[in-house]
Design a protein around this ligand. Structure first.
Ligand SMILES: NC(=O)c1ccc[n+]([C@@H]2O[C@H](COP(=O)([O-])OP(=O)(O)OC[C@H]3O[C@@H](n4cnc5c(N)ncnc54)[C@H](O)[C@@H]3O)[C@@H](O)[C@H]2O)c1
Ligand SMILES: O=P(O)(O)OC[C@@H](O)[C@@H](O)[C@H](O)[C@H](O)CO
Length: 462
């Protein structure tokens, strides 16, 4: 033990709380958001979290010697604030499937929060489980043989945990997805139910009686961790933290649904509980995430690497405002509130001390655009209008898939990259059809996207 150690044994932070919550997707966002709300709930000493990664051992290896403690750096435009978060009682690698099953089979554990990315739900074109994906097929085959077999995909892991809970007769469980998907509660429930149907249909009835699903809207911009922050934290706090996480001051968590087994008093830490979450979801996914995707593709084509750089570019800012004027008529809030929300977004995006890389946001466009852009595009096209901002995002995505701007990292890269290659007049409808067949058949939309692709190719780069 040394004076600089960050661990509960060294007397830092509080005593680890008993594990009553499990998280799947131990990463930066969970640590800046759900773990932070739990830390700030007045009953925090009663609510410890055991969090599991996808597969990697890296974060548990860094956090274990710190007894789960880490420093949250709240990065405002005028400086940093440092706080040790103690709500993470255990950090586990995803491969520790025995612990996963044991915890979900424990009556002490009453809820599972999830952040596994949009792609992590393995949805197919009809919104249900994509039964043809090899990873899904492997997991289904493994669970058919043995419900305790080690599995990889999030839907299968959740189902395996629910089966363990049924075996142990451990009582009600609440599933709380926190990924950027509208209706994430229904989406998660559906893919888990689809696994059950393939593996053990009896579990569907058990789930109806024992598993409730909560839908959430989540917001806190949390970039990928920056190694430079280890030194920043050491200098400011005098403690050696091997896994700090930096986030913005703004935070929002809106939840809709019930927790029969109980939950922390998150509302006293600032969370909102509502019966109607849709307006919150649309406002956030379209205005914030839609603008993020626009900047990720169009901004990186213009040579920018971070959100702050891109929003500082008059052209990008004008494009973002254009997108917001496409989306705003389809939101339920009063115009003045939407205006204020957008103005606040410009300020959040412009935070010069947040290095939120466009490359990170650009990943998995095939999953993200469906949530962030398409609902507005469809509503505008149904009304006979051509939404200029939405067209621009799609055109920039086509260019991105053809090698302009941020590099392509996409769960469906094998399908969408080939679609984007070759003569543009063929490529554009093919790419649009990969998002929604009807879009590829919309000749006016295809022509508008082609015109913007042409502009990006000729003028878009600095
Ligand atoms: N970072 C943000 O600003 C932010 C804000 C709001 C919502 N979110 C949501 O949280 C998600 C995660 O963001 P993050 O910044 O924590 O990312 P991250 O890379 O730091 O962590 C992601 C975690 O999910 C796991 N994971 C990834 N793919 C998986 C899969 N297919 N199955 C199971 N586990 C998987 C990873 O192993 C890791 O544990 C985002 O995709 C988004 O939906 C993020
Ligand atoms: O985290 P991703 O990769 O799903 O998307 C990147 C960003 O658009 C997103 O994470 C935002 O930062 C976040 O949604 C803000 O609350």
């Amino acid at each position: 033990m040394n004076d600089h150690e960050l661990s509960r044994r060294a007397g830092v932070g509080r005593v680890a709380a008993p594990v009553r919550l499990v998280h799947l997707g131990l990463g930066n966002f969970f640590r800046a958001h759900q773990a932070w709300y739990t830390e700030h709930a007045p009953d925090a000493p009663e609510w410890g979290i055991a969090a599991f990664t996808g597969r990697s051992r890296r974060l548990p290896e860094l956090l274990d010697p710190q007894d789960g403690l880490y420093t949250l750096v709240t990065r405002a435009a005028d400086g940093d604030r440092f706080e040790v978060i103690g709500s993470l009682s255990r950090a586990c690698p995803g491969v520790d499937h025995d612990s996963w099953l044991r915890l979900l089979g424990s009556p002490e554990v009453v809820a599972v929060t999830v952040t596994v990315t949009e792609a992590g739900y393995f949805r197919g074109p009809d919104g249900g489980l994509d039964r043809d994906r090899p990873e899904v097929r492997d997991d289904v085959a493994a669970l058919r043989r043995d419900l305790t077999a080690s599995v990889q995909t999030a839907p299968a892991r959740l189902l395996a945990g629910i089966a363990a809970r049924r075996r142990a007769d451990a009582g009600p469980l609440t599933l709380v997805p926190c990924d950027n998907l509208a209706g994430n509660g229904q989406i998660a429930a559906r893919v888990v139910r689809d696994v059950a149907e393939l593996v053990d249909p009896g579990l569907i009835d058990w789930m109806s009686d024992h598993v409730s699903t909560v839908t959430t809207e989540v917001d806190r911009i949390t970039p990928r961790a920056d190694p430079h922050d280890l030194r920043v934290v050491a200098e400011a706090t005098g403690r050696d933290d091997r896994a700090p996480v930096a986030t913005e001051p703004f935070s929002e968590w809106v939840l809709s649904g019930s927790f029969p087994g109980g939950r922390p008093r998150w509302e006293e830490a600032g969370a909102t509980f509502t019966a109607d979450i849709t307006p919150y979801e649309h406002r956030k996914l379209w205005l914030l995430n839609g603008a993020h995707s626009l900047l990720a593709y169009a901004g990186s084509i213009r040579g920018h690497t971070t959100v702050a750089e891109a929003i500082g570019d008059d052209t990008c800012r004008r494009w973002v405002r254009q997108w917001w004027s496409d989306a705003s008529p389809h939101l339920d809030q009063p115009a003045a509130d939407i205006q204020a929300y957008c103005d606040a977004l410009v300020e959040r995006f412009a935070n010069p001390r947040m290095h939120h890389r466009l490359e990170q946001i650009a990943a998995d466009g095939s999953q993200k655009l469906a949530e962030r852009i398409l609902p507005v595009l469809r509503a505008q096209r149904s009304a006979g209008r051509m939404p200029r901002g939405a067209v621009l995002v799609l055109a920039a995505w086509v260019c991105h898939l053809r090698g302009q701007g941020a590099p392509v990292h996409d769960a469906r890269a094998d399908e969408v990259v080939p679609r984007a290659s070759g003569p543009l007049r063929d490529a554009v409808p093919r790419v649009l059809a990969s998002l929604d067949r009807a879009l590829g058949d919309d000749d006016a939309l295809v022509a508008a996207v082609l015109a913007d692709v042409d502009r990006f190719q000729r003028q878009g780069v600095r």
